[in-house]
Design a binder for this molecule. Structure first.
Ligand code: HEM
Length: 224
């Protein structure tokens, strides 16, 4: 998110905290209020920590999901046989969505700081170094996946880093998977034909945002 936009966004979240503080006992019993009451290591979280958490949830929810929808719809418009087979057999959808998003990442990268000296891929990284983890690249590593553009949902499922790995693995993954599955089930049931618009080009979002920022399509509605 660009810095000015992110400051504006933080402002909305500070407002949510303030409204709940003023409402005191009358504050709505929602996730924000519960987080404000939560103790971490024996103390409540600071406004900065609460804002960071709520921003991460909201951006994860909005930005990454909408990028994912653009990527999956784009891919299926270019692969009509796959679209038809998924429309006929919804049970293959969850693995297919994960695999399409492996090839074309909705979340390009995350930033981290190394907590200790470490060697990765023959390269020494000292403690305290700022690191960008490029999921988009890791998920297309030929040494792991062979041809990165080959659609192989079953073969690649266990190596797929779409939602990360380890202690910070995406806690929103079950929700994201459910949202994308339900959305695609409904979409495929409603759509008869899906083609890229002939006279317009799709536009890729600019890094660090993944997916497409503009996706002109011609969608034929299923009858009846
Ligand atoms: C297609 C959608 C999504 C993708 C591809 C995605 C991907 C990721 C990835 C790769 C990470 C970093 C994992 C790691 O460091 O190993 C992450 C972290 C996180 N995600 Fe998601 N995410 C998605 C949707 C969501 C949703 C819907 C939510 C919340 C409702 C969410 C909340 C979070 C949070 C809070 C973290 C930080 C976890 C931590 O640092 O411990 N994400 N996500």
């Amino acid at each position: 998110m660009p810095i000015t936009l992110s400051i504006e966004f933080d402002g909305y979240i500070y407002d949510l905290l303030e409204t709940r503080r003023r409402a005191a006992a009358n504050a709505p019993m929602d996730v924000t209020t519960l987080l404000m009451k939560e103790l971490v290591n024996g103390r409540p979280m600071t406004d900065e920590e609460l804002t960071s958490l709520l921003r991460n949830w909201t951006v994860g929810e909005l930005g990454t999901i909408s990028a994912s929808v653009s990527i999956v719809v784009n891919y299926l418009s270019e692969h009509p046989d796959l679209r038809q087979s998924l429309a006929n057999d919804n049970s293959a959808l969850p693995d297919a969505i994960d695999e399409i998003l492996r090839m074309d990442a909705p979340l390009m990268s995350n930033r981290r700081v190394s907590t200790r000296d470490v060697e990765i891929g023959g390269r020494r990284i000292p403690a305290g170094e700022k690191i960008t983890i490029l999921w988009a690249s890791a998920n297309r590593d030929e040494r792991v996946f062979g041809d990165p553009d080959a659609f192989c949902p079953k073969k690649n499922r266990d190596q797929n880093l779409l939602y990360g790995a380890g202690v910070h693995v995406c806690p929103g993954a079950p929700l994201a998977r459910m949202e994308l599955r339900v959305l695609m089930e409904e979409f495929l049931a409603a759509v008869d034909t899906l083609e890229p618009a002939p006279d317009e080009q799709p536009e890729r979002a600019a890094f660090p945002t993944g997916g497409l920022s503009y996706l002109p399509m011609i969608i034929g509605k299923r009858q009846g």
